[in-house]
Design a protein around this ligand. Structure first.
Ligand SMILES: C[S@@+](CC[C@H](N)C(=O)[O-])C[C@H]1O[C@@H](n2cnc3c(N)ncnc32)[C@H](O)[C@@H]1O
Length: 238
């Protein structure tokens, strides 16, 4: 149940995030029905979910089965091999994507909280697909700036909301034409409808930035807390 050597008491001491619940905007009955009619995840992913729900103070940060399956399908259908994830947390989404990558595929996942990184790495080390994941501990923007132009197939943005617009610009730079961005929490627990605090204003700005960007095809999905699905156009002139 517990990743090796992890002190979950330390985990509980950090209460800086996860205070909202997407259940504020998604009907509990519909969410449970969707999960019950979605293929179960691997045993290790189910274990990470249980660990996160019972041993961390912010279970709503976890993507969970429905979004996890959606990520896996997007990886499979797009044929992505080079993935960048911004925001690792306990490793659930990175491992979900890694399970569907080909043997020579790779994920770079970025996390600035060393405790989250340790929990995630301990889970990755127990997975036969863990070798596909490189976890970088650091500020996401600093790491993104070191990545080359147009070499990434797929970016999953799932970290601090104030930087979503900056992450989007960097993601468009590192993405190849036809590459995908998935941005989680695009509904921001419904707070984007009447944004007042800094995070909600940042998410509203991000959604507008994407909507107005002619370089991208976009689909705003109301899965869970909202996923903005964005494709960098192949023909940027068209
Ligand atoms: C919503 S959680 C990620 C959840 C994960 N993708 C999953 O589905 O299981 C966001 C994570 O981003 C990390 N984070 C927040 N701001 C960051 C930053 N500036 N650089 C790197 N990581 C950051 C947080 O510590 C947290 O672990």
């Amino acid at each position: 149940m517990s990743p090796k050597n992890t002190q979950d008491s330390d985990m509980r001491a950090d209460t800086s995030a996860g205070i909202y619940s997407f259940m504020d905007i998604v009907a509990k009955q519909a969410e449970e029905y969707a999960a019950a009619h979605t293929s179960p995840m691997s045993m290790l992913l189910e274990e990470i979910e249980l660990f996160t729900l019972t041993r961390t103070p912010y279970p709503s940060m976890l993507t969970g089965r429905v979004e996890g399956r959606f990520l896996q399908l997007m990886v499979q259908l797009s044929g992505a091999r080079h993935i960048v994830e911004i925001g690792t947390f306990t490793g659930y989404s990175a491992l979900a994507m890694a399970e569907k990558l080909p043997h020579d595929g790779e994920i770079l996942t970025i996390e600035h909280n060393p405790l989250h990184a340790k929990i995630a790495q301990d889970f990755f080390d127990r997975s036969p697909d863990g070798f596909k994941i490189t976890l970088r501990i650091g500020e996401a923007l600093e790491v993104l700036k070191t990545l080359p132009d147009a070499k990434t197939d797929f970016v999953f943005i799932d970290a601090d909301k104030e930087n979503y617009s900056t992450y989007y610009r960097e993601s468009m730079r590192i993405l190849r034409k036809g590459g995908l961005i998935l941005a989680d929490n695009a509904l921001w627990y419904g707070r984007i409808f009447d944004p007042k605090d800094d995070e909600s204003l940042a998410m509203a700005d991000f959604n507008e930035l994407v909507r107005a960007d002619d370089r991208a095809e976009k689909l705003f999905l109301t899965i869970r807390d909202g996923i903005y699905l964005i494709r960098k156009r192949v023909n940027l002139g068209g």
